[in-house]
Write a protein of this length. Structure first.
Length: 302
């Protein structure tokens, strides 16, 4: 039995207490009873999705933020077993209530909906950012990353926002998330957060690349190719370009085509050059298409 189910496996005396409190209108008891009915974890209570939904709905209507969040998720995704059809707009209504009630994930999801104008909500990036920040401050990792991205994308003259973006990305990076490691690396590389330090940038980018983050792999290859923040090493540059190229990174694929064509950092290999040019060409890179045509003697129109 899962740990969550164990918490719902009440003895008869505790179950009776929960039933009585739920019937008297206690929202948290209503939610607990709904969860018990939904899970079937208590032996004396048969699983009953219809009744579970009724109690969770009562709890949500009674002001339980946790119930509002659960109902929001059920509404937004639909649940065939519960007989609930997908209803994004109703889900957004409950998500807003849960967000206002302080549920961190609800704050993140509702903030994202507002920022994008999804599910019938009027787009409001500023209010959306406020909710996302609430979630970020409560340690929701994705919210921290998204908040950093939103702050990074503010106009260039808003220097303070860039510094805050760097702070949030740094927080994400320190949790070993390659997205944050890559972004803080880029900011350090280009000085967009105030501080510019190519060596620190290379360290973060290398860490993200080592976790398989393809854009970091491409950028690490570029740093090694140019000797920026690290000692130049074309052989290692080709390694990271290959890793990124295998994941579809188009610039890495084109660079590999050039390296194999010229024997630059790798053994000259026309077949490998054509292969990598072709990978980039298939993604619409016009320069790669021309290079592939030159190597194969087949024009783009053939």
């Amino acid at each position: 039995m899962a740990e969550g189910d164990e918490r719902l496996n009440l003895n008869d005396e505790d179950l009776q207490t929960v039933r009585e409190a739920a019937q008297e209108g206690d929202a948290e008891s209503q939610l607990l009873l709904g969860r018990i009915l939904l899970s079937g974890a208590t032996a004396s209570v048969p699983k009953d999705g219809t009744k579970a939904l009724e109690w969770i709905s009562k709890a949500a209507e009674g002001g339980s933020p946790s119930a509002q969040y659960e109902l929001a998720m059920i509404s937004m995704t639909g649940d065939e077993e519960l007989g609930v059809e997908e209803d994004g707009k109703q889900g957004a209504v409950w998500m807003e209530q849960a967000a206002i009630g302080g549920i961190p994930l609800a704050q993140y999801f509702f903030g994202s909906m507002l920022a994008q104008g999804e599910l019938g909500l009027q787009q409001d990036p500023q209010r959306g950012m406020e909710f996302i920040q609430m979630a970020a401050e409560q340690e929701v990792l994705d919210a921290q990353y998204v908040l950093g991205t939103m702050l990074l994308n503010t106009p260039a003259e808003q220097v303070d926002e860039k510094k805050w973006a760097a702070a949030w990305f740094n927080k994400v990076a320190e949790q070993n998330d390659p997205r944050g490691q890559y972004q803080i690396g880029r900011m350090l590389l280009f000085g967009s957060g105030g501080e510019q330090d190519a060596e620190k940038a290379a360290t973060w980018i290398s860490t993200a690349a080592g976790q398989g983050y393809r854009d970091a792999q491409y950028l690490m290859g570029s740093l090694l190719l140019s000797g920026t923040g690290v000692e130049a090493n074309k052989e290692w540059a080709s390694y990271w370009f290959i890793e990124a190229g295998k994941q579809g990174q188009i610039d890495a694929q084109y660079n590999l085509g050039m390296m194999f064509e010229d024997g630059d950092g790798v053994e000259k290999d026309p077949e490998q050059a054509e292969f990598w040019y072709r990978q980039a060409a298939l993604q619409g890179d016009e320069a790669a298409q021309k290079k592939q045509a030159e190597l194969t003697g087949v024009s783009d129109g053939s």
